[in-house]
Every structure is written in structure tokens, then in C-alpha cells.
Design a binder for this molecule. Structure first.
Ligand SMILES: Cc1ncc(COP(=O)(O)O)c(C=O)c1O
Length: 376
């Protein structure tokens, strides 16, 4: 079965992880710091704090904004659960907005109808790594959190996605463009908020005795706790793998781009499916997922089954959040609903061979318009 997502772990990652294990130190330490500096330097971020997941980076991103309890945060429905959970875990209310049918991204126009006196922030997601049109969203005047979980290599006007608003988060989970066993991180425009995010990572410890004046007093084991927070630290083992991936990110991205361009070119003649939006001339895309659309009623599910029967696994990222009863959402979001019926992500990742891509394309071509559009 050809998997829909995948990492490319090679000798470099194995050597880095082995060296870390042999050092007898795999907790948070010098390799986390090295990764933080290298990542910030590559993306030209003002700062970067590594944590143990993108989900927890989102939690911290909301926390450091200090929004009053019950504040509303507007976010796209067509995104991953962690986005809404981070809002709720901070005592705020997620308000779901629709996305654009072609880019799959939230827009200022989709946000406006959801603004109320309780709106306190906006969360955007650079879906698949296609940069969100942020300028009109920033002009709405709310703090903006950028979820760049898919967008590690995306830029807008030459600036890294994640660095364009108040807080940006990244994910380095096992299937992301920059993969590690489990990790994430955040960059924060305001230095005081960034310092708070760093101290929140470790149970809210502001200052450990090792660095504090109490060392002089002979009590280096004491610490000052400023906040209530869980332990969100990453570790050197994950950072070692992430660092090795960072060193080969250009090659990994090159392969993703090759596959994306082949799909775009060879699927364009098929008038029964709609290919995803390419990056605009001032954008760079990360090609995290290749999400196409089959507009004919019921066609998407039959198409997915046909691919599965030919050894190709597909999925839909994401099941729109407003449809989940747990969120008790009142939003009416026709485009997210439409994507839920019509959209499908086909495999794209650096471990796909040319033969895999050819097999995927041939299988899609063999799925005739009739098979894709009419019930069996
Ligand atoms: C858009 C988005 N945000 C946040 C996350 C959470 O990242 P993590 O899996 O590292 O917790 C994901 C994970 O897939 C995601 O797709």
C-alpha cells in the first residue's frame, strides 16, 4: 500500500539519534538549543522555542495572549482538532469560519460575519503550506496566531509563514515536512511574550536555582514558579532527528515540489477533478498535502475506494470541526461542508518513487469520468 503521508528518515537521522543516545543525555539540553537556533536562522525568525508538539505550541500561543475567559477566537473549520482544543484549553471559545474553495484557506471575508464584541483573536492555518492572504486579516485589528504546521518552507513576499503575525507555530510530528518522533515550536513577535512562552514550557518555572542568585546563597535546587502550566518541553533525541531533517530540508522539499508539479501537469486534462491551487508569484508553498476535489455527487468516495483497491491510500485532511457535536458550533459553513463531500488528499511525500507516482497517475487516469461521477 502506498501511504498518503511519509517521512524520509536516512542514515543522517539514525547517526544523529545514535550519537544522542550514546551521549547518555536525551532530555532537553544542548541539541534542543542547537535546533532552536538553526531553525530560527533558516526561517529568519526573531526567536524560536521548541516544545513537544505543534498542539502544545498552539496551547502556548493562545495562553501568552492572555485573552479574557470566554473570549472568542475565530479559526477555520477545515483544520486539525488541535486548533480548537488549544482555544478551549485556555478557557476561550472557538468560532468556526469557512474557507476558500480553491485555496482551502480562511479569508478576511469569511471571518467578518463571525466578529462579535467578544472576538479577541484570529487563528489562521496555512493549509497544505499554501500561504494565507494575511494582509486583509491583519487589517481586521485582532491578534493573529499563524498555524504554520504545514508551512515549514512556505514564504509570503520572501518572509517565512509563521513570522508574519503575532505568534506562529510549527509541527515536527512524524509525517510533517520536517519530521521527528514528536515535536513542535513557536515564534513570538513580542519579546516579553516569548520569554513567558519559554518559562511556561517547564511547568511555569521562571527561574531555576542553577541560574539564580540562590546559587550564591548555596541553594541551587530552589526555583521560582510564575505560572501554572504542564510540562511541554521537547528533548535532545527529537531535536537530533529534527536537526538532521533541517539539514536536508531543501532536498526533501525539492522532491515534494517535483511530485506536486507532475500531479498538476498530468491531472490538469481531467475535467472531472479539480486540482489544488498553485502558489502565487510572491509565495512559496510547502506541498504538505495534495488535496484535490471531485465535484460530482458521491464521486469522491468511489474514487477513494478505486485508489485503495489499487494499493493507494488516501485521506481527507480534515473533517470540518464545526460538524463535531463536541464544539456545539452554530456556524453555517457551506464550503467546508462541500469540501467534506468532495475533497481528498492523495499521496505526496519525499519517499515516493517515480514508479509510485506513475502508478498513482495511471490509476487516476484509469478511473474514468463515469466511474468518478456515476454511482456503480
Ligand atoms: C494544521 C495543524 N495544526 C496543528 C497540528 C498539531 O501538530 P502536532 O501533531 O505536532 O501536535 C497539526 C497536526 O497535524 C496540524 O495539521
Amino acid at each position: 500500500m502506498i501511504s498518503v503521508f511519509g517521512s524520509a528518515i536516512g542514515e543522517e537521522e539514525i547517526a544523529a539519534a545514535t550519537a544522542c543516545l550514546k551521549s547518555q543525555w536525551m532530555g532537553a539540553g544542548p541539541i534542543v538549543e542547537e535546533f532552536e537556533h538553526a531553525f530560527a536562522a533558516r526561517l529568519q525568525l526573531p526567536n524560536f522555542a521548541m516544545v513537544n508538539s505543534g498542539s502544545n505550541a498552539l496551547y502556548l500561543a493562545i495562553k501568552i495572549l492572555d485573552l479574557p475567559p470566554g473570549s472568542e477566537v475565530i479559526l477555520p473549520s477545515f483544520t486539525w482538532i488541535a486548533c480548537a482544543q488549544a482555544i478551549l484549553l485556555n478557557g476561550c471559545v472557538p468560532v468556526f469560519a469557512d474557507v476558500d474553495l480553491h485555496t482551502h484557506n480562511i479569508t478576511a471575508g469569511a471571518i467578518r460575519p463571525h466578529i462579535t464584541p467578544r472576538t479577541a483573536a484570529i487563528m489562521v492555518v496555512h493549509y497544505a503550506g499554501k500561504p494565507v492572504d494575511l494582509e486583509p486579516i491583519l487589517a481586521l485589528g485582532f491578534p493573529v496566531i499563524e498555524d504554520a504546521a504545514h508551512a515549514v518552507d512556505s514564504t509570503w513576499n520572501g518572509h517565512a509563514c509563521g513570522s508574519l503575525a503575532d505568534v506562529g507555530i510549527f509541527s515536527f510530528d512524524a509525517v510533517k515536512n520536517l519530521a521527528s518522533p514528536e515535536a513542535g515550536g513557536l515564534t513570538v513577535r513580542d519579546p516579553a511574550r516569548f520569554a513567558r512562552a519559554r518559562s511556561l514550557r517547564y511547568c511555569g518555572i521562571e527561574k531555576s536555582g542553577f541560574a539564580a542568585a540562590s546559587t550564591a546563597a548555596g541553594r541551587w535546587w530552589e526555583y521560582t514558579i510564575r505560572d501554572v502550566a504542564p510540562k511541554l518541553l521537547s528533548n535532545d533525541l527529537c531535536a537530533a532527528v529534527a536537526l538532521a531533517q533541517l539539514h536536508k530540508l531543501d532536498a526533501l522539499q525539492h522532491r515534494r515540489r517535483e511530485i506536486w508539479q507532475r500531479y498538476q501537469q498530468e491531472l490538469a486534462p481531467l475535467d472531472w477533478l479539480v486540482t489544488p491551487a498553485n502558489p502565487a508569484s510572491n509565495e512559496r508553498h510547502s506541498y504538505f498535502t495534495y488535496c484535490l476535489r471531485l465535484p460530482h455527487p458521491g464521486a469522491r468516495d468511489r474514487f477513494a475506494k478505486a485508489l485503495y483497491d489499487n494499493g493507494i491510500y488516501t485521506t481527507l485532511r480534515y473533517h470540518p470541526l464545526h460538524q463535531n457535536p463536541i464544539y456545539n458550533s452554530k456556524s453555517v459553513l457551506p464550503i467546508s461542508d462541500q469540501l467534506n463531500e468532495q475533497a481528498l488528499s492523495i499521496p505526496i511525500h519525499p519517499r515516493l518513487s517515480d514508479a509510485d507516482v506513475t502508478h498513482i497517475l495511471n490509476t487516476i487516469r484509469a478511473t474514468s469520468p463515469q466511474a468518478a461521477s456515476t454511482p456503480a
